[in-house]
Every structure is written in C-alpha cells, then in structure tokens.
Design a binder for this molecule. Sequence first.
Ligand SMILES: Nc1nc2c(ncn2[C@@H]2O[C@H](COP(=O)(O)OP(=O)(O)OP(=O)(O)O)[C@@H](O)[C@H]2O)c(=O)[nH]1
Ligand SMILES: [Mg+2]
Length: 216
Amino acid sequence: MASNGSEPPPALATTTASALKVAVVGPVGVGKTTLVTSVSEIKPLTTEEYMSSDADRAQARGVDKHSTTVAMDFGRISLSDRLVLYLFGTPGQERFWFLWDGLVTGALGAVVLVDVRRLAESFDVLERLEKRGVAFMVAVNRFPDAPVHPLPELRAALDLPGAVPIVYCDARDRDSCREVLLTLARYLLVLAEPEPEPEPEPEPEPEREAEPEAAV
Ligand SMILES: Nc1nc2c(ncn2[C@@H]2O[C@H](COP(=O)(O)OP(=O)(O)OP(=O)(O)O)[C@@H](O)[C@H]2O)c(=O)[nH]1
Ligand SMILES: [Mg+2]
C-alpha cells in the first residue's frame, strides 16, 4: 500500500526470502511512472527530469507532461512475509533505451502500457520484448480523452498472439494497477505449467488365433 507521507513506509520483512522482478515498459508518456507510483508500497524511486528541449517535448506529443524518466522507476510490493515483487519502470524516450537490458534482464515478465491514441509507438517496444524472449501482457491506459476500442480490435491492431492478455487500466488507480499485475501473474503461471504429455498411442489389439474347429 502506498505511504501517505505521514507514516514511515513499511520496512521489508526480515523473513523475505525471495524477490520477483517485473518490468513496466512502453513508449513516452503512457503512464509507466504513474503506474509504479500508484501500486508501490514504498515511495518509489523515480528519476524524473524536466524536459527542456523542444525535441524531447515533441517525442511526448499529445501528452500533457513536462518531465520524463531518464533512468528508471523502482517500486516494491510485499506479496507475503517471504516474497517481494520489485517493479522496474523503463524510460520511454528512445535515447535512454540503452538502459533497457539492465532493467529487463531477469524479469519474470513485463507489462506493456499502451495509449490507444499512439498505438503505433508501441510496436518497437513489443518487438524488443519478443526479441529478448520476455513474457509480456498489454495494459491499455485509459486516458479520459482517448477513444475506447473493443479489446479484440486492439489485439488485432497490435498483432498480439491469442494467449497474451490485454486489459484496460487506469495507471493512477492502485486497484486497477494491482489487477493488471494479477493478470500478469496468472498468465506467467499458465506459461510455467508443463506442456501436457501426449496421449499414448493405443496398444494394437493382439491378433487372435483362429479357434480350432471342433471335431465332429
Ligand atoms: N488522465 C490520465 N492521465 C494519466 C494517466 N496515467 C498517466 N497520466 C498522466 O500522463 C502523464 C504521463 O505519465 P508518466 O507516468 O510520466 O508517463 P511515463 O510513461 O512514465 O513517461 P516517460 O517516463 O516520459 O516515458 C502524466 O502527466 C500523468 O499524470 C491516466 O491513466 N489518466
Ligand atoms: Mg516515466
């Protein structure tokens, strides 16, 4: 649960034995930092810098924002006394993409945040994850002035395989972000299930010897 600032953030349980890593990726201004901030139980580590150049603001076109992530976002969710989830938000600007490898390496999976008004900007991101073999799902961040398309249409437009989950979310809403992470967790569990063993071929019926004819 996010701290409201008046109480110290919950300390990491001393019993914590394992950590999982999930990456939050997507193009500029889709709400990656917003999602990590909404869902983290600690005040997240963010690396926001003021966008001073026209080129940077042009890359974030259509998005009302003046700062951008220049390295990463980092948040934490304790899943149990023993298990903690670390969230790593990537920078959206192309000139910081060289940081991707470190941020995505070792991730169990990734959430790709998408803005329907700038769908084509997500293609590069999806391709980069596919090349790295990182399991991912798509969360469409519902901005109030964005059109709402049926999810099957968005799936087709993004050319997503049928098994990849795609959901709507509001990156500012903690419950909505938790639901996204739960969807990713369920998908990762399905992927981790062993392939069912092929059914064994039925044994051929043994050929019966012809009964000797009874002597008359
Ligand atoms: N209305 C609305 N605004 C949002 C939502 N999510 C993010 N925003 C706003 O959109 C802007 C971009 O959000 P960020 O979280 O900084 O986006 P980002 O993906 O981290 O951007 P980069 O780090 O520059 O790639 C901010 O001004 C947010 O307040 C949302 O769900 N609804
Ligand atoms: Mg950001």
